[in-house]
Ligand binder design. Structure first.
Ligand SMILES: [Zn+2]
Length: 344
C-alpha cells in the first residue's frame, strides 16, 4: 500500500510500504478515505534528523472498516468510522476517567508502534475502544467537520475545558492555527461571553470572527498583554487556551490570565521548562493541559457536528491527494494553508 513516510526535516515521501493488516484479535483494519496534516506534524518537518528507516506519518483518519479481528464487537466490515489520534481500550481506569490518552493499553498513531493515517490503510489497535461508527456515508458533506473530531476540534475543546470556560466568562485563545480556531468554537460553545483571539494572520482572523471571536489582538509579547488588559478592565481573562506551545506563547498565556484564572495548554511544548512560574504562582493561576482525550470528546461533540451547530471543518482550506501530501506539509509550513485535508 502507499503511505506517507518522513525521513527528516522537509523530507516527506509517499512510498510503497507493507500492507497494514490485522495483528491482534482486538484490531480493525481501516481503509482510509480522509486524513489530515496536523500542526504537530510540522515540528518534525522542521527539525527531524535524517532517519534511514523513516517514520510513518498521520494520526487523523476517517475510513471504512475493511476487516476486524475475532474479538471486535462494536463494528463490522463496511462501517464508516472515525479514529482519534490515540488508540485506547475504553475499559481501563484512565479510560473510565475520560483520559483516553493515558490508556494503559493505548498509544498514538504515526509513532512507529501503530502505523500512520496518511496512508491507504491503517491498523487500528483496540478497535472497540478506539473507533466510533459514524451514522453517515463516506462522502457526506459533513466529512471535513467530522474529520476534525480526530484531533483539532477535540484539542481545542480540551483547551477550553482545562481553562474552565463557562457561561459569562472571558476567554482568550493564544494562536490562530487550526487548533486555536477550534478553540474559539469550543469557547463559544461552552458559553464564553467574550472571546479574545491572539493571532496575526488575516485569513485565520477572518474565520475566527465567524466562529465567535469578539476581539482580536495582533500585537506580540508585552504589547499583546497590555491590549488584553485594556480589554478586560485591567484584570486579564478567566480562561486562556494556549494553542501554540512555544515559550513566548506560554508566557503570554500566563500573563493575560487574571488572578484565579486557568490556562489550558494544548500546543505541544517545545521546551522542557514552563515559563512564568512566579506570576502563575502569585496570581493563583491554574496551568493544566496535555494531549486531548479526543476519544472521550467525540461523543459529546458529534451531535453538534451532525446537526450543524458547529462547523470546525472550515479550518480545512486545502484538499490534497495522497501524492500531494508532501506539498501539503510545505504549504502548511509556509502558512499558505491553515490545514490540509487528504482525500483518498
Ligand atoms: Zn484504557
Amino acid at each position: 500500500m502507499r503511505a506517507t513516510v518522513m525521513y527528516g526535516a522537509e523530507d516527506v515521501r509517499i512510498e510503497d510500504v507493507p500492507d497494514a493488516r490485522l495483528i491482534e484479535p482486538t484490531d480493525a483494519l481501516v481503509a482510509v478515505s480522509r486524513a489530515a496534516i496536523c500542526g504537530s506534524d510540522l515540528w518534525p518537518y522542521k527539525t527531524m534528523e535524517h532517519s534511514e528507516t523513516g517514520r510513518p506519518m498521520g494520526h487523523e483518519a476517517i475510513g471504512v472498516v475493511e476487516a476486524v479481528g475475532a474479538d471486535v464487537r462494536t463494528m463490522k466490515v463496511g462501517d464508516v468510522v472515525v479514529a482519534p489520534f490515540a488508540y485506547s481500550d475504553g475499559t481501563c481506569v484512565f479510560c473510565h476517567e475520560g483520559l483516553h490518552t493515558s490508556c494503559i493499553h493505548g498509544g498514538f498513531f504515526g509513532t512507529g508502534e501503530a502505523g500512520g493515517a496518511q496512508a491507504e490503510a491503517v491498523r487500528v489497535p483496540q478497535a472497540d475502544g478506539t473507533l466510533v461508527v459514524l451514522p453517515v456515508g463516506q462522502d457526506d458533506a459533513l466529512m471535513p467537520s467530522l474529520l476534525t473530531l480526530t484531533d483539532v476540534m477535540g484539542t481545542g475543546h480540551h483547551a477550553a475545558v482545562v481553562a474552565k470556560v463557562a457561561p459569562g466568562k472571558i476567554a482568550a485563545v493564544v494562536g490562530d492555527g487550526a487548533v486555536g480556531l477550534c478553540g474559539v468554537i469550543a469557547a463559544r460553545r461552552l458559553g464564553a461571553e467574550h472571546i479574545i483571539l491572539l493571532g496575526r494572520h488575516p485569513d485565520r482572523i477572518a474565520l475566527a470572527w465567524e466562529f465567535g471571536a469578539t476581539d482580536v489582538v495582533s500585537e506580540r509579547g508585552e504589547e499583546a498583554v497590555e491590549r488584553v488588559r485594556e480589554l478586560t478592565d485591567g484584570f486579564g481573562v478567566h480562561s486562556v487556551l494556549e494553542c501554540v506551545g512555544l515559550e513566548q506563547s506560554t508566557l503570554t498565556a500566563i500573563a493575560i490570565a487574571r488572578p484565579g484564572g486557568a490556562v489550558g495548554r494544548v500546543g505541544v511544548p517545545q521546551d522542557e521548562t514552563m515559563p512564568a512560574s512566579l506570576p502563575a504562582f502569585y496570581n493563583n493561576v491554574t496551568v493544566g493541559g496535555g494531549p486531548a482525550p479526543a476519544r472521550e470528546y467525540i461523543e459529546e461533540l458529534l451531535p453538534d457536528v451532525l446537526e450543524g451547530r458547529i462547523e470546525p471543518g472550515r479550518v480545512f482550506d486545502r484538499v490534497a491527494s495522497l501524492d500531494e501530501v508532501p506539498d501539503g506539509y510545505r504549504a502548511m509550513n509556509e502558512r499558505e494553508a491553515i490545514k490540509v485535508m487528504v482525500e483518498l
